[in-house]
Design a protein around this ligand. Structure first.
Ligand code: GLA
Length: 371
């Protein structure tokens, strides 16, 4: 099955926006190997908007000849040569969000072109859609066209949740679908997208079909295209923990050629990634929330294939506070080993519940292993 676990990779948009070229893609693919991202499970190198030339040639899209001199085929060969996969971007409308050529009316020829080039992933956006066009229908067309190519191409729907794609995404052949508008590199954006807007979407996720709360801003520190205020490492750890618990696609958005030590530790924590990539593919559900004046804490839980349960004890407030989980609320009636997935150490055996002090904007990400 394609995308049996949430796709993991990197995408140009968050840091580079429209300033992209083949050299950036090559260097970033190289960085997947140099910095251990590939070994950690990241495999898709995705070119977002603004890779195209001005006009179709013989009805086909072509890459901008100055910035992508060998075309996409060359790049795909290089990326595949490193054991990685190549992703590309197009749009269901007549133009992309940045005004490049879209695939509206050219779905079959574009899908065939991408397959011929050796593309393994298509992010398909929703700008400049003709008035009166039916959104889900446009995605169905591209889904069908991709399937008709016979190539394994992950289909990533990006219509920002406007037509509730969790209800029809899988039926049109999508493997993941954005559930919200664009993330930016601020704590407020992480909280809104990750903790408010994903509630209730968990029934729609599973192997081959994922809710996508947008790409990661971990490690951006306010730099680049969606860089705004930037976040602290504590906040980035909270962001990554929640995306892992949500079984979200893990698409890195920082410059992978130049990551801080803290960024690498966050993005490559094998125990957090194992929660994200768990074979059962269950998306975490919010099982508890406490509001104390301006302080909010939340507990999210994700049952895993081995019978253990991953949980995030989140402190979304401004002051350190204790956050706890009752084992009964996650369906466990026996004592548990509590494992701290950031300390990567067992904390001990607990009965009934586990409570720990969590810093402001922080998380305790744990696994409860029933004994
Ligand atoms: C939309 C998408 C973004 C990005 C840009 C590119 O805003 O939601 O993720 O792909 O378009 O123009």
């Amino acid at each position: 099955m394609l995308a049996a676990t949430p796709p993991m990779g990197w995408n140009t948009w968050n840091t580079f926006g429209p300033q992209i070229d083949a050299e950036l893609i090559r260097q970033s693919a190289e960085a997947f190997l140099d910095h251990g991202l590939a070994q950690a499970g990241y495999s898709y190198v995705v070119i977002d908007d603004v890779w195209e030339g001005r006009e179709r040639v013989d009805g086909r899209l072509v890459a901008d000849a100055d910035r992508f001199p060998g075309g996409i085929t060359d790049l795909a060969d290089d990326v595949h040569g490193k054991g990685l996969k190549l992703g590309i971007y197009s749009c269901a409308g007549t133009l992309t969000c940045e005004g490049e050529l879209g695939s509206y009316g050219y779905e079959e020829v574009d899908a065939a072109t991408f397959a011929e080039w050796g593309v393994d992933f298509l992010k398909y956006d929703f700008c400049h859609v003709p008035a009166g066009a039916n959104g889900p229908e446009l995605y169905r067309r591209m889904g069908q066209a991709l399937r008709a190519t016979g190539r394994d191409i992950v289909f990533s729907v990006c219509e920002w949740g406007s037509h509730q794609p969790w209800l029809w995404g899988a039926a049109v052949g999508a493997h993941m679908w954005r559930t919200t508008g664009d993330i930016v590199d601020t704590w407020e954006s992480i909280v809104d997208i990750g903790f408010v807007r994903q509630v209730g979407l968990e029934p729609y996720a599973g192997p081959g079909r994922w809710n996508d709360p947008d790409m990661l801003v971990v490690g951006m520190y306010g730099k680049g295209n969606v860089g705004r205020g930037g976040c602290s490492d504590t906040e980035y750890r909270t962001h990554f923990s929640q995306w892992c618990l949500l079984a979200a696609p893990l698409m890195i958005g920082c410059d992978v050629r130049d990551m801080s030590l803290a960024t690498k530790d966050i993005l490559m924590n094998p125990e957090a990634i194992a929660v994200n990539q768990d074979a059962r593919g269950i998306q975490a559900r919010k099982i508890g929330e406490q509001v104390h004046a301006d302080q909010v804490s939340q507990v999210w839980a994700k049952p895993l294939a081995d019978g253990s349960v991953a949980a995030g004890l989140f402190n979304l407030g401004e002051r350190s506070r204790a956050v706890g989980v009752g084992f009964g609320s996650v369906g466990i009636s026996t004592p548990c080993i509590v494992r701290d997935l950031w300390a990567r150490d067992d904390v001990g055996i607990f009965r009934g519940s586990y409570t720990t002090e969590v810093p402001a904007h922080g998380v305790a990400m744990i696994r409860l292993i029933p004994q």
